[in-house]
Write a protein that binds this ligand. Structure first.
Ligand code: GDP
Ligand code: MG
Ligand code: K
Length: 297
């Protein structure tokens, strides 16, 4: 791997049926690494990993954002918002043939709070006239300051290469997070860390805000075919560490038990989870540590 290998996480959001899956299939093709469908609503699923010699793009689905009809709990909105603030790029996909709808407004409102670059992907351009496309572009331009507006046809492949080139250019330098031949049933560090982080946020709502990271230190099979997962929750202050551990370790135990259950469901295997809490002052501001934790803020 060369020094200037690039990598990053890309969230794809948009109403149902706008063509997200079709786009993923087009982009990843044979190389697709679909995560287990067992992962449920509040989680961020890795849709696929695209690895070339120059870069690795990890595409993520953020399910909470696809459900504008339901009244979302604060927590789910928070998870969605956190995810969107941690990825490198956001692709907001719309269906050219349908145009603007209430579901889009919900997403646009959410995006107002996000600082990451957002690309508007107008899909299904094979179904519309050029005039209609111009209309859409002008309409959406007023809604939000998109990094770029890119019309594509995921089904026929029009302009998809261009989109990938644009994204590749903007990716930060970074490690190859996943092996080139990433396969489905392999333990997924990122998803596991998100599952744990979700429990932490859930149980500590006010006290522990965004200032935590979960690092998966090690995953291995032990003699009994149980999967050993060792993870560290990184906080910024020792007071936060205290809260996370709780009275007689009660909080950490609760977080651990619930995380383990979810990880087992995800991987379909018995899991032994070891959780630690570490304090790293001001980690959010330290570039090298952010790197270590797989974040790009
Ligand atoms: P998702 O719900 O956002 O994942 O949407 P899907 O990828 O499942 O696509 C929904 C429907 O739209 C499917 O029938 C696709 O074949 C169709 N579709 C997706 N992309 C395009 C496109 O670029 N052009 C056309 N004409 N149809 C598309
Ligand atoms: Mg889909
Ligand atoms: K933004």
């Amino acid at each position: 791997m060369t020094n200037n290998f690039k990598s990053g996480f890309i969230a794809i959001i948009g109403r149902p049926n706008v063509g997200k899956s079709t786009f993923m299939n087009r982009v990843i093709g044979q190389k697709i690494a679909i995560m287990s469908d067992k992962a449920q609503t509040t989680r961020n699923k890795i849709q696929g990993v695209l690895t070339t010699k120059e870069y690795q793009m990890i595409f993520i689905d953020t399910p909470g954002i696809h459900k504008p009809k339901h009244r979302l709990g604060d927590f789910m909105v928070q998870v969605a918002e956190n995810t969107l603030n941690e990825v490198d790029h956001i692709l907001f996909m719309i269906n050219a043939d349908e145009g603007y709808g209430r579901g889009d407004q919900y997403i646009i409102d959410l995006l107002q709070k996000i600082k990451q670059p957002v690309y508007l992907i107008i899909n299904k351009i094979d179904k519309i006239q050029p005039e209609k496309l111009m209309q859409l572009i002008n309409q959406y331009k007023d809604f939000y300051e998109f990094e770029e507006i890119i019309p594509i046809s995921a089904l026929e492949g029009n302009n998809v290469d261009h989109l990938l080139e644009v994204l590749a250019k903007q990716l930060p330098e970074g490690p190859q997070y996943y092996p080139e031949d990433q396969i489905t049933d392999h333990p997924e560090r990122f998803v596991i860390s998100e599952l744990i982080r979700e429990k932490v946020l859930h149980h500590t709502k006010e006290e522990i805000p965004h200032s935590i990271a979960v690092v998966i230190e090690n995953i291995e099979k032990n003699e009994n075919d149980k999967l050993l997962v060792q993870a560290t929750i990184v906080t910024e202050r020792s007071s936060q560490k205290g809260i996370l551990i709780g009275k007689q370790g009660g909080m950490l135990k609760k977080i651990g038990q619930q995380s383990r259950r979810d990880i087992e469901a995800l991987l379909g295997s018995k899991v032994y989870l070891e959780l630690w809490v570490k304090v790293k002052k001001d980690w959010r501001n330290k570039q090298n540590q952010l790197h270590e934790y797989g974040f790009r803020l």
